[in-house]
Design a protein around this ligand. Structure first.
Ligand code: XMP
Length: 521
């Protein structure tokens, strides 16, 4: 999908861990931007995107090293504002005639304070230095030693004399700190000033996006039929409702119910899509098939692969029944699309095989419709809101494709799943009652494959132990355990043991990610 009606800001990625945050901050300012890895930024791509401004990201390389990454020189000839951040600052100075030095022993990591330099107050610093100094976040080894011609210093820090620099005639700005991270509290204002200088009007709104997405779906699909795999998750649901709004009953949703869903989940999905939205929906209830094949399987990877294989079989079988379908809709998001910049070139290690329908479109000869390709997760939620999906649904925690199978370490049985569902429902109810649901990225119960001895009333019990998990996270890549109060944990443990037969011990998982993962398998 090409959002060519919008002014575009081009972010050239040099491999910083936080490049995506630049895009998030800009989107929050209603500015449309695209991230492209530096290798792909050719003069042709510059012509095609016709950016109204360019940001050069940070990155792990050193401009002093031979072969270190560079943007094409044409970036500086477009006549548009350019902002270099960290490595982006250094590469700008190097290419425009300044000098960068290796920061042996003078590297600066973490919090730093920048003071204003010079008495003029450029537009770039509107709302800055209202106090004597600004807190920023630095992370650099090398530093600029000599400015390029035309640049002046606008702010300094003890470790970075050229913390904020600018050439106001050309609107080239270069900073050593990272304005995109939360640890630069006033960073958003800084980026807002930059996009205002570039003349962005903030036309990237969800209402505009929705209308445009609908138009583009109609254009792409024509009068063909589209199949959409519905998981009950936010992404596939928003994609389905959006496509339905665009092409009505040319869309059929396929919901593969593997019997590993949470309490009442299948009923809710069917109720909402078939009944409330009137979207044609095939509900393939295949619990027997999945649970049958999973009998006796306890290895986590074998479990995942079995579920993945059966899922594809069932989906394909159901999809084949839909005559004349030539498109498959997927809820692919922007973070899945951005090519990552790799300096080592080697594939990263597989921690867990991911459950998805990869390879399916080719196998079935279907073309893809991916209306969420341009969006971040929070934007998908905003779009869902725009489409009138209930807030409680949009705000749901992520739920993994293999479902409860990976929250039930070891062999899965129907009895164990039933116990897990009940405990999970009590836990989530507790979290909602205490008003904590929206503060938490993901919360669930894992049923442990271990039984422990307890005492209830006058009797001895010998039942399962479970672990509560709750984490905060921005993207699921890293996570911290949620700091519940002891009162909350105690009350929840008591409720689970009283209300769920089969569990007599409750623990709380306080592992962060890394080294743990969010799910237990
Ligand atoms: P981990 O456990 O790897 O999970 O820390 C990170 C995030 O991904 C979700 N997850 C999955 N989602 N298919 C999915 O659609 C999967 O196979 C899968 N495995 C993990 C997990 O719930 C968390 O949000």
């Amino acid at each position: 999908m090409d959002m060519d009606q919008h002014d575009t800001l081009l972010i050239i990625d040099f491999g910083s861990q936080v490049t995506q945050l630049i895009a998030r901050r800009l989107r929050e300012l209603n500015v449309y931007c695209e991230i492209h890895p530096f290798q792909n930024v050719t003069p042709a791509l510059l012509a095609e995107t016709a950016p109204k401004a360019v940001i050069l990201s940070g990155g792990p390389a050193s401009v002093i090293d031979a072969g270190s990454p560079r943007p094409p020189a044409e970036v500086f000839e477009l006549g548009v504002p350019v902002l270099g951040i960290c490595y982006g600052q250094q590469v700008m100075m190097e290419m425009l005639g300044g000098r960068v030095e290796r920061g042996d022993g003078t590297s600066e990591f973490g919090r730093a304070w920048v003071e204003r330099k010079g008495d003029k107050h450029p537009d770039l610093l509107t709302g800055w230095f209202l106090e004597a100094r600004e807190q920023v976040w630095m992370s650099h080894g090398d530093h600029v030693a000599k400015l390029a011609p035309g640049f002046e210093v606008l702010g300094t820090s003890p470790g970075a004399p050229f913390a904020i620099t600018g050439d106001r005639a050309r609107h080239f700005y270069a900073v050593q700190f990272h304005p995109e991270v939360h640890h630069t509290p006033n960073g958003r204002t800084f980026l807002e000033n930059f996009v205002k200088i570039a003349g962005f009007t903030g036309d990237w709104t969800m209402a505009a996006y929705k209308d445009e997405a609908i138009r583009l779906i109609r254009e792409q699909v024509g009068d063909a039929r589209v199949i959409c795999g519905l998981s009950g998750g936010v992404d596939s649901s928003v994609a389905a409702v959006l496509i339905h709004e665009a092409i009505g009953d040319q869309l059929t949703c396929v919901f593969v119910d593997h019997g590993l869903l949470r309490q009442n989940e299948a009923e809710e999905v069917v109720g909402m899509f078939r009944d409330a939205y009137n979207i044609p929906l095939i509900h393939a209830d295949e619990a027997d098939l999945f649970l049958g094949e999973l009998e006796g399987v306890s290895d986590p990877e074998v479990k995942r692969k079995t579920i993945g294989r059966l899922f594809i079989d069932v989906f394909q079988r159901e999809a084949n029944k839909i005559e004349g379908a030539s498109f498959l809709a997927q809820g692919t998001l922007y973070p899945d699309v951005i090519e990552s910049v790799s300096f080592s070139g080697g594939p990263s290690v597989t921690i867990k095989s991911h459950h998805n329908v990869g390879g399916l479109p080719e196998k079935m000869g279907l073309k893809l419709v991916e209306p969420l390709r341009e969006l971040f997760k929070d934007e998908v939620r905003a779009l869902g809101h725009e489409l009138g999906l209930p807030a409680s649904f949009i705000g749901r925690h992520p739920f993994p494709g293999p479902g409860l199978a990976i929250r039930c370490p070891g062999e899965i049985t129907r009895d164990k799943l039933e116990i897990l569902r009940k405990a999970d429902a009590v836990y989530i109810d507790q979290i909602r009652k205490h008003g904590l649901y929206d503060e938490i990225w993901q919360a669930f119960v894992a049923l442990l494959p271990v039984r422990t001895v307890g005492v209830m009333g006058d009797g001895r019990t010998y039942d399962y132990a479970c672990a509560l998990r709750a984490v905060t996270s921005v993207d699921g890549m890293t996570a911290d355990y949620y700091p519940f109060s002891h009162d909350f944990l105690g009350e929840t443990a008591t409720r689970i043991i009283n209300e769920v037969r089969g569990i007599n011990r409750v623990t709380y998982d306080i592992t962060s990610k890394p080294p743990g993962t969010i799910e237990w398998e």
